[in-house]
Design a protein. Structure first.
Ligand code: FE2
Length: 124
């Protein structure tokens, strides 16, 4: 059973999927059940992983985190997602990029998630 916007990972091949419509079936990859990623459950630095949401005159900036997360080849933030007034936005990042994303939209209700390739899924 999967729910809308849950994120699952295959620990064998590394596939990561986001559910757009929940169903009763179990998600399977490489002949094994995929693992549900739960936010903020890995034992790691909160300051470097919990997204920080800032509103500016032009839009919304999401930084990871209150202390900048490393963006190295082997350890980096793969993407930052913002849900702004119910609309989901996502920016993919690469090693060497800043660990932040700017979304040029304004909104009242903003939540954010990010995915660290080593420490998993985090939200604020
Ligand atoms: Fe990390």
């Amino acid at each position: 059973m999967a729910e809308k916007l849950q994120i699952f990972k295959c620990d064998i091949c590394g596939n990561i999927v986001i559910v757009l419509h929940g169903g009763k079936g179990e998600l399977v990859c490489c002949n094994e059940p995929m693992r549900l990623l739960s936010e903020n459950t890995v034992d790691a630095s909160l300051e470097k992983h919990v997204p920080v949401i800032e509103k500016s005159a032009d839009g919304i900036i999401v930084k990871v985190g209150s202390a900048a997360h490393p963006m190295e080849e082997k350890h980096y933030i793969e993407w930052i997602e913002a849900t702004i007034d119910g609309i989901v936005y996502r920016k993919f990042l690469s090693p060497g990029d800043k660990p932040e994303a700017f979304f040029p939209v304004k909104g009242n209700s903003v939540t954010a998630r990010e995915y660290c390739n080593i420490h998993g899924l985090w939200k604020s």
